[in-house]
Each structure stands twice: as structure tokens, then as C-alpha cells.
Design a protein around this ligand. Structure first.
Ligand SMILES: [Zn+2]
Length: 406
């Protein structure tokens, strides 16, 4: 059997048109100008209704709804697969940094141009038409969920909201359509934002002996953090898809440049911590705080800390059916196995894994590094190719017995 003979036919031109229509909508979340994901949500819902689907629209924040459709296969019990994308985009920044209209959705030299083309309106359109193509092929076991969620570029409110729904508890695998340059990313880095607050006592700069300067503790604390990072890197090595763990101080804030004769009472240190699977976040925060406390005590200043954000790493096994189905589908469509990769930041998948325990894998059209840059684009041909892979992956996951049967 030739591999091409078996492809599920996808309406590629409709997928491109949907991607273009989505790019034309400036779905930056910006309450000050009233812009949000809403126009894209409306368009996605209208498209779904035109297929006869009954999308559920749920407001996550004022004017910011998730849209989720469930397509029952109609061929009996089976697993539930979710296609997931987000409807928001990051700002275009200064339009003069762009060589084309960021919201023109122009197609030029085989590329769809514009903010959100790669991240991730092409992926979302490809997933919607892949689901439609599978449905048109005839009944299949189990069901497919297509979710277009809000606020991925912000606090991931859409994913957090979906993770709490009864439907989420029934999902057996999720494919996230973020741009990863052809890589199948079953792993993603973890992240912690940690704030350390040192509390001393104000004094006149001429009489430092009457104060307790929190800045005095900073060099020791930063050196201690470097030491912990070195230890962690030696212990874990370089992850093949995610690289090194990093404990990066990104903020040191104390005093006032207009008041240099005042010893400040407080000093705050902000840390951006990036981990790989296997790192115990609670234990790591404990180690950092204990090391910092030693230096705080030496300088007689107090120490408070706050974990501002905690996102564990994603580590979906490559032999999980959702990953295996995707790899096999890619091979069928492209004639070769895809490379595995890793997500350096976080996606909605991080939240769906953390809050609902879902097996997630990230794979979508567009270059890995093009997201959030000026002159964002996606290759038009990729929209159709990814849609084919998605449709085939779904068929395999749901029908060939490789899925997880509940
Ligand atoms: Zn994205």
C-alpha cells in the first residue's frame, strides 16, 4: 500500500482561508482598548456550526470565552482525543518593525504573513479541518474534542478553566498545535517564579551601624544560587531535548537612586527558574530559601519568600498512544519519522498536564522561533500537511486499538 493512498482528504483551501480570516482579527488581549479573543471565538464557533457541530462557549473572563466542540465518532466506545489551540496572539509591537501589515493576512511566495499566523492560528485552523475531515470519513470509535482556548499568552486562564471541567477528566490525550518546526515535543520545561524579600532596617547612609542593610546579604545569596545551579546541572546533565536547568536572577530591587544617602529597609530578588523532568520543585525552592536564609542571618535581616508561579515540567512518555499515533501519522504523510524535541517555555499543555493530569504533546505548523517576532509567517503548504497528520493521528489514536480505551 502506498502511503499516499491512505490519506484522509482535508479541505486545505478552507483551512487556509480560516487561518487567514483568523489572522485578520487582532486578538490581542488588551482591556485598555477593548480588544480580546472574542472575534476569533465567534469565527471558530460559526465555522464549527457550519459543520453541524454544537460548540460550547464558556466565558472564562469577561468577554473572553473558550469554545469547545465534541465530535462523537458514532462507532461505539473508544478513547477521547483533544485537539487544542489558543485564540489570543501577542501584540504586534511597533508596526514599523514589520515589512508587511501584521493583520493583513497576505499570502506571498507561499507564506501566510501576519501576527498569529504561526502562533497559532494556522495550527488551530489545521486542527479544525482535520477534525472535520475525519468526521467526513465516516463513523469512528470514541470522540474528538476540539478546543480553542483563551489567554495562552497571558495567565493561561482558558486552559486552567478547561482543566476544571468534567469533559477534561474524560480526555485521554491532547495534541497542542503550537509551532514547533516539525518536532514532536512530548516534553516541556518546568518553571518557577520565586520572589525573595529581605527585610532590614532603614538608616542614614552616614550612620550605617544604626541600620540593617538588606543589600549586604545579596552577594552571598546570588553566589549561593549559582552554586545550586551548578550542582543541579552536574546532577541532571543536559537534557537531550530541553537542555540545562537554570536558576536565573532576573530582578534585584532595593533603594532609590534619588535617595542614595538612605539605607533601604527592603530588598527583593526575583528568580526565573527553569527545570527539566525529575526536578522536585518543592525541594528546590526549599534549598534556595535555606541557602538564602544563611546569608540573611549573617547580615541580621529577615527573609520572606513567595512562589509566584509553579509549572511542573511535562514528560509524556514517547510510547504513550497520543505520541505514538502522532509520530506514525507524520511518518505516513512525510515518508520519514519526525524528530523529537522539547518546549523551552510553557504551553496550555503544561496547565492541562498539571491541573488535569492529561497526556499532552505539542506539534504544529510554523518555525519554533518565529513566535512573538516581527514579520511572523507560516508556510501555506504546512497548514495542509499538518492537517493531514492531525487527521491521521486521530484516526490511529481512536480506531486502530492504539488508543487508551476507557
Ligand atoms: Zn502559542
Amino acid at each position: 500500500m502506498s502511503p499516499t493512498a491512505d490519506w484522509i482528504p482535508v479541505d486545505e483551501s478552507a483551512a487556509l482561508e480560516l487561518a487567514r480570516a483568523l489572522v485578520r482579527l487582532r486578538t490581542v488581549n488588551d482591556p485598555s482598548t477593548g480588544s480580546s479573543e472574542l472575534p476569533a471565538v465567534t469565527l471558530v464557533a460559526e465555522t464549527m456550526r457550519s459543520f453541524g457541530w454544537e460548540p460550547l462557549i464558556t466565558e472564562v473572563a469577561p468577554g473572553r470565552p473558550n469554545v469547545v466542540a465534541v465530535i462523537e465518532g458514532g462507532a461505539g466506545a473508544g478513547p477521547t482525543l483533544m485537539f487544542e489551540g489558543h485564540t489570543d496572539v501577542v501584540t504586534e509591537g511597533d508596526p514599523s518593525d514589520w515589512s508587511f501589515d501584521p493583520f493583513g493576512a497576505e499570502v506571498l511566495d507561499g507564506r501566510l504573513l501576519g501576527r498569529g499566523s504561526a502562533d497559532m492560528k494556522a495550527g488551530l485552523a489545521a486542527m479544525i479541518y482535520a477534525a472535520r475531515a475525519l468526521e467526513l470519513e465516516g463513523p469512528f470509535p470514541g470522540r474528538l474534542v476540539v478546543g480553542a482556548l483563551v489567554d495562552e499568552e497571558g495567565l493561561m486562564l482558558g486552559a486552567k478553566h478547561f482543566a476544571r471541567t468534567a469533559l477534561a477528566a474524560e480526555v485521554d490525550g491532547v495534541i497542542i498545535g503550537e509551532p514547533e518546526g516539525g518536532e514532536v515535543c512530548a516534553v516541556a520545561k518546568g518553571a518557577i517564579r520565586l520572589r525573595l524579600d529581605l527585610v532590614g532596617a532603614m538608616a542614614h547612609g552616614a550612620m550605617p551601624q544604626h541600620g540593617r542593610n538588606p543589600i549586604a546579604a545579596v552577594p552571598g545569596i546570588l553566589a549561593g544560587i549559582v552554586e545550586l545551579q551548578t550542582g543541579l546541572q552536574e546532577e541532571l546533565g543536559e537534557h537531550e531535548h530541553l537542555g540545562w536547568c537554570y536558576l536565573t536572577p532576573t530582578v534585584v530591587a532595593a533603594g532609590d537612586l534619588d535617595q542614595m544617602n538612605v539605607i533601604p529597609a527592603r530588598c527583593s530578588i526575583g528568580l526565573d527558574i527553569r527545570t527539566v523532568p525529575g526536578v522536585d520543585h518543592g525541594a528546590l525552592v526549599g534549598d534556595i530559601v535555606s541557602a538564602a536564609r544563611v546569608h540573611a542571618r549573617t547580615h541580621e535581616v529577615g527573609l520572606d519568600y513567595e512562589v509566584v508561579d509553579d509549572r511542573p515540567a511535562v514528560d509524556t512518555p514517547v510510547d504513550h498512544p497520543v505520541v505514538r499515533s502522532l509520530v506514525e501519522a507524520h511518518e505516513l504523510v512525510h515518508g520519514e519519522r519526525p524528530p523529537y524535541g522539547g518546549v523551552p517555555g510553557a504551553t496550555d499543555g503544561t496547565i492541562l498536564t498539571r491541573d488535569a493530569g492529561l497526556a499532552t504533546v505539542v506539534y504544529g505548523p510554523g518555525g519554533k522561533w518565529i513566535a512573538h517576532q516581527a514579520d511572523e509567517y507560516v508556510e501555506v503548504a504546512e497548514i495542509g500537511l499538518y492537517a493531514r497528520v492531525y487527521a491521521e493521528a486521530a484516526r490511529r489514536f481512536l480506531t486502530t486499538g492504539q488508543g487508551v480505551t476507557r
